[in-house]
Design a protein. Structure first.
Length: 546
């Protein structure tokens, strides 16, 4: 029985499945790029984290009676968008899209974790529709997890230990492992993938004791645990400063917890608390909430503990394959929301501007001035930082934000020689590269096309109508084939259908794939920069060196 599962049961409108918690009624959805598919939205995977459960690890969902409709998304997690608060604290929902709920053989499963700097985003179809990927006979799962203060506040106490949003993701993965077979998915062939904060989340899942055995493969897109942004600095200090800002001057941890728990949610969401003067003053993107090194309290499960580089060096989960990469102009994200003229002024005036974040929080100021001058000399080559020299600055920002973290993850995994990992650089250019316009930075880069942070997403998830006979769709076809081949086989190019053989990364050869209009094999990507950064970290901060 095939022909797109008998044209999806002759386009009957609704369909029911029974899972461990009850009966769900989803619907059959037309796909302009292929056959119809089965869609189940707004499935609860944990109890609403409200009241006494605020800041706590997610609790198992209670079964329901009767048939639960699954044709609308659950609420997004509470977040600040523009000048508006949107969403709800009751937000722990996921969505399952399947090409066939009764396949002859269980289908590979791909679970996507959205980005958004840990403060925004959702798994809704408006951003992450399955229409492209599902054409390749895979089951697609998207999910919500708590964001910002609600998901990542840490007082380093039993009441607010931190990492609640990451534990939400774990709960969703446990749900998928337990229930996905009812949607035609294979619980023994699950790939997790994510971009930016979602990519960093996937990277942490590679080492978390809570996720061992929950997935077989992982794709980290423009985000790793070895980047600076997902690792929260002085989380407890930030929590205490936040309490004071909101009106609580107590030093009693229990009283502070009760204060936070009693706050209206709208008081919590827009708050952003810098904990260093540099973080407060320097122009550029700031990430205030993320993953923390958890303290053990009783028998509570810890999502992560230790130092990210050292934990990664101890090895990722056994038998898990990895794909890892970045976009050509990932560092543009650093400029989002910045006063660019002031940023140029700071970059020209202060050597510390060119000090990578990991060094800025670990090395004395006197050494930072020397470090910043060395980085500035390497990238700017005596040029003034301005629009005319922007590409040189961007090369630094690419590495500072994401590429150094990407390369270090790749090298550490390769050095352990226990897990197969593929490295890529994403260079596709088309009308789908919309991030530069969305950020308002298009006038700054009006002299050339860019492949900005998040521009890879448009080739995996529909963001506009695309002619299936166009060159753009050819690139979509290439990208989705690589991603789904990896999910199916642990090898993005298992045959010669794409005309290349992408080899896993090794320390000796350092193979990678340039994913553009054409697929181009290469070795030693960004070699000069990588050598320079590794030399600098080896000299000043060897703990952060691969």
């Amino acid at each position: 029985m095939d022909f797109c599962y008998l044209l999806t049961l002759l386009i009957s409108k609704f369909v029911q499945v029974e899972i461990s918690d009850g009966v769900l009624e989803g619907q059959i959805v037309e796909n302009p790029y292929g056959c119809p598919f089965f869609s189940f939205k707004g499935i609860p995977y944990a109890e609403p984290p409200i009241g006494d459960l605020r800041f706590k690890a997610p609790q198992p969902i209670r079964p329901w009676q009767g048939i639960r409709p699954a044709i609308s998304h659950g609420s997004q997690c509470y977040q600040y968008v523009g000048s508006l608060n949107v969403g709800s604290e009751d937000c722990l929902y996921l969505n399952v899209h399947s090409p066939n709920i009764q396949p002859d053989k269980p289908l590979p499963v791909m679970v996507f974790i959205h980005g958004g700097a840990f403060v925004s985003g959702s798994g809704d179809e408006t951003s992450y529709g399955p229409q492209y990927l599902i054409r390749k006979d895979v089951v697609i799962v998207t999910l919500n997890y708590r964001l910002g203060i609600l998901g990542f506040l840490s007082l380093d106490t039993e009441d607010i230990p931190g990492n609640a949003g990451m534990k939400d993701q774990v709960a969703a993965l446990r749900w998928v492992k337990k229930n996905i077979e009812h949607f035609g998915g294979d619980p023994d062939n699950i790939t997790i993938f994510g971009q930016s904060a979602g990519g960093a989340s996937v990277s942490f899942h590679l080492v978390s004791p809570m996720t061992k055995g929950l997935f077989k493969r992982a794709i980290t897109q423009s985000g790793t645990m070895t980047a600076w942004f997902p690792n929260t600095f002085r989380a407890r200090t930030r929590a205490l400063l936040l309490a004071r800002e909101l009106g609580c001057n107590s030093t009693d941890e229990k009283e502070i917890f009760r204060f936070f728990k009693a706050q209206p949610v709208e008081n919590l969401v827009p708050s952003s608390i810098p904990v260093t003067y540099l973080q407060d003053q320097i122009e550029g993107i700031k990430v205030y909430y993320g993953i923390v090194n958890e303290t053990q309290f009783g028998d509570n499960e810890r999502f992560f503990y230790g130092h990210s580089f050292e934990v990664l060096k101890n090895g990722i989960h056994e038998g898990v394959d990895v794909m890892n990469g970045y976009t050509a102009d990932d560092g543009i994200v650093y400029l989002v929301g910045a006063d660019v003229d002031r940023l140029f002024e700071q970059a020209n005036h202060f050597a510390e501007f060119f000090v990578p974040e990991a060094m800025a929080i670990n090395i004395p100021l006197k050494s930072q001035i020397e470090i910043g001058k060395t980085f500035k000399d390497f990238y700017m080559k005596n040029e003034i930082v301005s629009k005319e020299s922007l590409d040189n600055l961007l090369k630094y920002l690419n590495f500072e934000m994401l590429v150094y973290g990407t390369m270090t993850q790749e090298k550490i995994i390769a050095k352990n020689n226990k897990n197969k990992s593929y490295l890529y650089k994403f260079t596709c250019i088309s009308e789908l590269n919309l991030m530069i316009n969305a950020t308002g930075l298009d006038q700054l880069f009006d002299y050339r096309p860019v492949v900005a942070h998040a521009d890879d997403l448009g080739y995996l998830f529909p963001i506009m109508d695309v002619d299936m006979n166009s060159n753009t769709f050819k690139m979509i076809e290439q990208v989705t084939t690589l991603w789904t081949n990896f999910a199916k086989y642990g090898d993005p190019t298992p045959d010669d259908s794409l005309g290349i053989k992408w080899l896993p990364y090794t320390i000796e050869n350092q193979d990678y794939l340039d994913i553009g209009e054409n697929l181009v094999l290469g070795t030693h990507p960004e070699k000069e920069d990588v050598v320079f950064w590794e030399k600098m970290f080896g000299k000043y901060l060897p703990r952060y060196s691969p």
